[in-house]
Design a protein around this ligand. Structure first.
Ligand SMILES: C[N+](C)(C)CCCC[C@H](N)C(=O)O
Length: 288
C-alpha cells in the first residue's frame, strides 16, 4: 500500500488547516449562536472580546488530528482508486480513471475519515463556542480548560459514546460530498491540462479551491445540523435524531438556517483546499 499518499495527505492538510481556522471559528459561532448579526459583526465582537487569539480557539487539537484525518482521507482515496483501476498515482495522467471511479473512491475516503474526524471535530466545535475572554484573575473559568479536559469531561458527563455525538450527521455530510470534492478537482484539472501532462501549479490551486467551494456549498445544510447536534449535549437540548434537528431548526428559524455559514465556508474553502491540493500533488511528484 503506497504510504506516500498518507504522509502527503497529512502535511497538506495541516498547511490548509492553519490558514482556514479563523474562518472556521466565525462559521461555527454563526451556525450555533444567535447573538451575531453577520460575519463582520461576529469578527468584530470576537476580536474586541477575546483578541486575535479568539479566532484560534480549538486549533491545537485539529492540527494533531489532521495527521490522522487527512492522511486517512487521501490514503484511502488513492488506494481505493488503485484497487478499482489497477493503475498507480504516477500512471493516472496517462490513463486517467473514470469519474465514476473517482466518485466512489472519494465517497469511500470520506466515509472512513468520518470516524477519525468525529471526536476531534466535536471537541473543536465545543471549544470554539466558548466565548469567554482568556482567563483573567477573578473571572469564572470557562467550562472546558482545553482539548484534553474537554474530552475527559465529555466522557464523564455523556459517556465515551458522547465523543461521537453528531457522527451520523457527519457521515451524511461527508460521504457524498467528498465524492463531489474529488470529482470537481479532477474535472477542473483535466479541463485545463493537455492529455498526458501534469496540471500546472495555477491549475492545481484553482481546481483545489473550487473543489473546496463546490463541495462545501453542498455540505453546508448538513454541516449546520452536525454542529447543532454536537452542541446539543452541552446545552441540554435534545434532538431525537438528524431529522428532528432539521425540523426543529426550520420551525424556529426558517429554511435559511440551512445556509448559515455558507459565505464564510466558501471564503475559507478556497485558500484551504487550494493549498491542500497543491502541497499534496507536489509532495507526491517530489517523492515519485
Ligand atoms: C466534503 N467537505 C465539503 C465536507 C469537506 C471538503 C474539504 C475538506 C478540507 N479539509 C476542508 O476543511 O475544507
Amino acid at each position: 500500500m503506497p504510504v506516500e499518499e498518507f504522509v502527503a495527505g497529512w502535511i497538506s492538510g495541516a498547511l490548509g488547516l492553519v490558514l482556514g481556522h479563523p474562518f472556521d471559528t466565525v462559521k461555527v459561532r454563526l451556525q450555533t449562536q444567535t447573538t451575531y448579526r453577520g460575519i463582520i459583526d461576529c469578527m468584530v465582537k470576537t476580536y474586541r472580546h477575546e483578541s486575535l487569539l479568539g479566532f484560534f480557539k480549538g486549533m491545537s487539537f485539529p492540527i494533531a488530528s489532521i495527521a490522522v484525518v487527512n492522511s486517512v482521507l487521501f490514503g484511502v482515496y488513492s488506494n481505493t482508486l488503485l484497487a478499482l483501476t489497477a493503475t498507480s498515482h504516477q500512471e493516472w495522467r496517462a490513463q486517467p480513471p473514470s469519474y465514476t471511479h473517482v466518485f466512489i473512491a472519494g465517497c469511500t475516503g470520506g466515509f472512513v475519515q468520518v470516524y477519525c474526524l468525529a471526536p476531534f471535530d466535536l471537541i473543536k466545535v465545543r471549544l470554539q463556542n466558548q466565548t469567554e475572554p482568556r482567563a483573567r484573575p477573578g473571572s469564572p473559568p470557562p467550562r472546558y480548560r482545553g482539548p484534553v479536559h474537554c474530552a475527559v469531561s465529555i466522557c464523564q458527563e455523556e459517556g465515551p459514546w458522547g465523543l461521537f455525538r453528531g457522527a451520523w450527521a457527519l457521515t451524511l455530510r461527508d460521504t457524498p460530498t467528498m465524492g463531489i470534492y474529488f470529482v470537481t478537482y479532477e474535472w477542473l484539472c483535466r479541463q485545463s491540462t493537455p492529455d498526458d501532462q501534469n496540471p500546472s501549479s495555477a491549475t492545481v490551486l484553482a481546481a483545489g479551491g473550487f473543489a473546496g467551494i463546490v463541495s462545501w456549498a453542498v455540505a453546508t445544510p448538513l454541516d449546520v445540523i452536525k454542529s447543532r447536534m454536537q452542541m446539543a449535549g452541552l446545552k441540554h437540548r435534545v434532538y431525537r435524531g438528524v431529522l428532528d434537528c432539521m425540523a426543529s431548526s426550520v420551525r424556529q428559524e426558517g429554511l435559511g438556517v440551512f445556509f448559515r455559514g455558507l459565505t464564510i465556508n466558501s471564503a475559507r474553502a478556497f485558500p484551504v483546499n487550494a493549498v491542500t491540493f497543491l502541497s499534496y500533488e507536489y509532495l507526491l511528484r517530489w517523492w515519485g
